[in-house]
Design a protein around this ligand. Sequence first.
Ligand code: SF4
Length: 225
Amino acid sequence: MTPRARLIDIVAALAERYPIPSLPADPFQLILWENIGYLVDDERRRRLFDAFEREVGLDPRAILSADPKHLLRLAQAGGMRPETRVERWRAITHIVLESDDFSATVRGLPLKAARALLKRFPTIGDPGADKILLLSGIAATPALESNGLRVLARLGCFAEGASYDRSYKAGVAVLTREGATDGAWLATAFHVLREHGKALCRRGEPNCVVCPLDAVCWHIAVRTL
Ligand code: SF4
């Protein structure tokens, strides 16, 4: 049996090991979540987002009318280039306020148009749009981020391409084959593959010795030849 054929079992095994993190389920809030800090870890991202919600609120109009100095103070807690972050927050709210109800608008669009709308937002490319569509329950769209993509490649589910874009397309194609219409499974796969890539299957040196997937992993088989 190939690693690809075992992907459902792999996701189930990882789901027993890693809790599913609590993320916003609203598309606007997910866009804000992505833009709340610069290269921050999950714990800090959560703290930044909660502070923003507490001090400014998640109403786009409240964000636009907030004191710029207050926004800058919040942005400074999120790392480098705080001025750019404030500009992005304001740009995000301007796009959101083009419709009376952004969430309803994006949910009501055909998938291609919804994706195009999401990609108008700062820092949101195809992977970000897929993630927002999936985690907000708008569409059962396969999504991966860099950690999960690395795990799938090392497991032998696909051959890495010459660019991130090509690898990403190959990775989501694997998920499409496995869980095409099951949004809950795809969301679980997104989260647990990401967590595994952060915890054990790290970019530098994977910790294969304690990995629960060692028996099915192509990467470890190649390394021990
Ligand atoms: S065995 Fe190693 S390379 Fe394979 S998934 Fe586990 S940590 Fe990653």
